[in-house]
Design a protein around this ligand. Structure first.
Ligand SMILES: NC(=O)C1=CN([C@@H]2O[C@H](COP(=O)(O)OP(=O)(O)OC[C@H]3O[C@@H](n4cnc5c(N)ncnc54)[C@H](OP(=O)(O)O)[C@@H]3O)[C@@H](O)[C@H]2O)C=CC1
Ligand SMILES: N[C@@H](CC=O)C(=O)O
Length: 427
């Protein structure tokens, strides 16, 4: 099996290392040896760790993917173009593809699946969601006989690292981000991580597989973590919560799905609260299987390369068996509901005038919008008076309308943190 590697950065360099270090084992497992035919990069003179035979390096990725000697292409360049063009060219020449590129899959996975089917080749992308954690294969294969109802979890290592450092060490957002970048967790442009684009792409891929429907990143409601302050983290801690960036894909009773990514407060006793540093964890809930938890390294070169190699072995086995891998399953074609229709609970901090009757006027606004209050308590007195409200489940649109109205209420001096609350059984 001759392998073309596109990209030799955080992930690609580790793929090259594993291919070399585990060559004998993999050959024994598959029944055929792998050989690196070439490595496409952007800057040929950049120092590589581990060092590569210079003869393998090329800046002509187009020539590499169409080389008749190449059997399979691994794409770890990232981004939509030129990755998409290169993958389609490779498939058109009959080469199977393994990719870790969630941005491309979530934007136009359908085009890649169509091309794979048309050309009778494999398309595998386990590494695109949650790094080393085997998650897509269980969803696609192990749970193929069940009905998945919900997928909820932490799928971005960089933001989990940042929030964890802010919570546990009091680190600033910027310092924690720099650490995550130095450790190779962040995307080339960290905006993709901190603004939730990376997690949204992963949520789209997960929802598509879980619900047998086509979901793209444009369908996903997305909020990032850049507006979370040290005070929010401290408030959450004081109430027994921790803040996590969650991806939530949920099916309602047969009519559609909701797919969202946003920060949320979860109880410190919830299993997702214990997910530290750049680790990822995902709960999959299925009708018969119940609740399954997948946990592990969600980012970084070696863990991601492990998933890439697993896919490479699958391609090799298919090839030796003369079959091609699973095609896209989108038969259910469930519509994706707008965020406004999603039922969520929320935490709302209000700076209020400290006088009698204020609580009643605030409660009236919630009642006007049919948002039920679960708890409310006052903190501080005088100029520091705050009402901390936690709601029962209501539509996200009703909650947004409540907050808009509260901003105009003269008893409310300012609306502080508004954050969704997840992970409690409270309705
Ligand atoms: N980092 C992580 O933890 C994870 C990453 N992923 C995904 O894996 C993919 C790769 O990520 P990562 O390794 O971090 O990215 P890097 O930015 O570290 O590496 C990208 C590589 O692609 C090369 N490259 C860029 N443009 C071109 C081009 N036009 N032609 C040829 N080569 C090119 C770069 O070359 P040069 O070295 O010369 O600059 C570099 O070697 C992305 O899709 C990412 O989302 C998935 C899971 C985890
Ligand atoms: N930047 C991503 C890398 C893996 O997908 C993350 O931080 O999770």
């Amino acid at each position: 099996m001759k392998v073309a590697l596109l990209g030799c950065g955080v992930v690609g360099s580790q793929v090259a290392r594993l291919l070399r270090e585990q060559a004998d084992d993999i050959a024994a497992r598959v029944g055929a040896p792998f050989e690196l035919a070439g490595v496409a990069v952007r800057r040929i003179d950049r120092p590589r760790d581990p060092a590569l035979d210079p003869a393998l390096l090329t800046t002509d990725a187009g020539a590499l993917v169409t080389d008749p000697d190449v059997d399979v292409v691994i794409e770890v360049i990232g981004g939509v173009e030129p990755a998409k063009k290169l993958i389609l060219e490779a498939m058109a020449k009959g080469k199977s593809v393994v990719t870790a590129n969630k941005a491309l899959l979530a934007q136009d996975g359908a085009a890649l699946h169509r091309a794979a089917r048309r050309n009778g080749v494999d398309l595998y992308y386990e590494a695109s969601v949650a790094g080393a954690i085997p998650l897509l294969r269980p969803l696609r294969e192990s749970l193929a006989g069940d009905r998945v109802t919900r997928v909820i979890g932490i799928v971005n290592g960089t933001t989990n690292y940042i929030l964890d450092r802010m919570d546990s060490t009091g680190a600033s957002f910027d310092d924690a981000l720099q650490e995550a970048q130095a450790l190779g967790y962040a995307e080339a442009d960290p905006t993709a991580d901190v603004e939730g684009f990376d997690a949204a792409a992963k949520a789209a891929i997960l929802a598509g597989l879980a619900f047998h429907s086509r979901v793209t990143s444009a369908d996903v409601h997305r909020e990032g973590i850049t507006r979370i302050t040290a005070a929010d983290i401290a408030n959450a801690r004081a109430m027994g919560y921790v803040i996590k960036l969650l991806a939530i894909c949920a099916r309602d009773d047969g009519h559609g799905v909701g797919v969202r990514v946003h920060p949320a407060m979860i109880p410190r006793t919830h299993p997702l609260a214990g997910v530290r540093e750049a680790y990822n964890a995902v709960f999959v809930e299925a009708r018969s299987a119940g609740r399954l938890m997948f946990y592990g390294a969600g980012a970084g070169g070696a863990p991601t390369a492990s998933a890439v190699l697993g896919d490479l072995v699958a391609v090799a086995r298919n090839r030796l068996a003369g079959v091609s891998g699973p095609s896209e399953s989108v038969y259910a074609a469930l519509p994706v509901h707008p965020m406004g229709e999603t039922m969520t609970r929320s935490y709302i901090a209000l700076e209020v005038l400290d006088k009698s009757g204020v609580l009643a006027r605030v409660a009236e606004v919630f009642a006007e919008h049919d948002v039920s209050i679960q708890t409310v308590r006052q903190e501080g007195r005088g100029d520091d008076a705050q009402l901390i409200v936690v709601t029962h489940r209501s539509s996200d649109a009703a909650l947004a309308a409540t907050v808009r109205r509260l901003r105009r209420l003269d008893a409310v001096r300012a609306v502080g943190t508004v954050m969704r609350v997840e992970g409690e059984d409270t309705a």
